[in-house]
Design a protein around this ligand. Sequence first.
Ligand code: CTP
Ligand code: MG
Length: 234
Amino acid sequence: MSKFFALIPAAGSGSRIGEGLPKQYLALAGKPMIYHAIHTLCGAPHISHVLVVLSPEDNNWSQYNWSEFSEKLLVLNCGGATRAESVLNGLQGIKQLLTINDNDWILVHDAARPCLTPEQLENLINELSNDAIGGLLAIPVADTLKRSDTSKRAKNTESRENLWQAQTPQMFRYRLLVSALSGADRTCLTDDASAVETLGFRPKLVLGNTNNFKVTYPQDLALAELILQKREIL
Ligand code: CTP
Ligand code: MG
């Protein structure tokens, strides 16, 4: 039986949000942002361990009490210069902490997606656990897409047919993901699936929910806060 592990890359600085604190630690619904992803992933019965990859310079993590997650949560201070580097370093680092087999599943989830629900996570796992390749949560592009010239004027309108926005978790088998990321140009990758695609595989797109957006810009914080608060009340 293959096991399931979650890996949360959390070694970014949040430059687009532009706060002093790295964005994964900004307060959301009374907790640091990363708490929400950890809570959802640790709560999934399928997932045996949740590994957080921090920057070697991180001095925020230890200021919080994570003991409620001690059964599943592991931390590695091996984040790299890009998200893909952080994920690959984490995948290599897991071996120091756990026994992991080539066919075990890894679910990579951004610390900056606090609104993932247990239902979306369960749906992803159910859709993919018998899949040969793996895949990711994604949503069909809803807005009309414009291609601009260099002076920000619309040159033409792109068809949105068959276009999806990739989210996380992205779920692949350990060996495939390590091979894909090891061989890829990790300076320009923005997700894990694109590394798998360069090997010629076609990751499955599992319908997600727009609420699972990535908190990227300052105005995203208020929306994430509202979604999380509404969930607590319900
Ligand atoms: N990430 C990481 N290591 C990096 C860069 C990013 O682990 N060197 C993580 C982030 O912490 C985040 C996820 O990858 O959880 C998605 O990245 P993004 O939203 O781009 O976060 P940042 O890189 O922190 O933000 P920005 O690009 O605005 O600087
Ligand atoms: Mg980034």
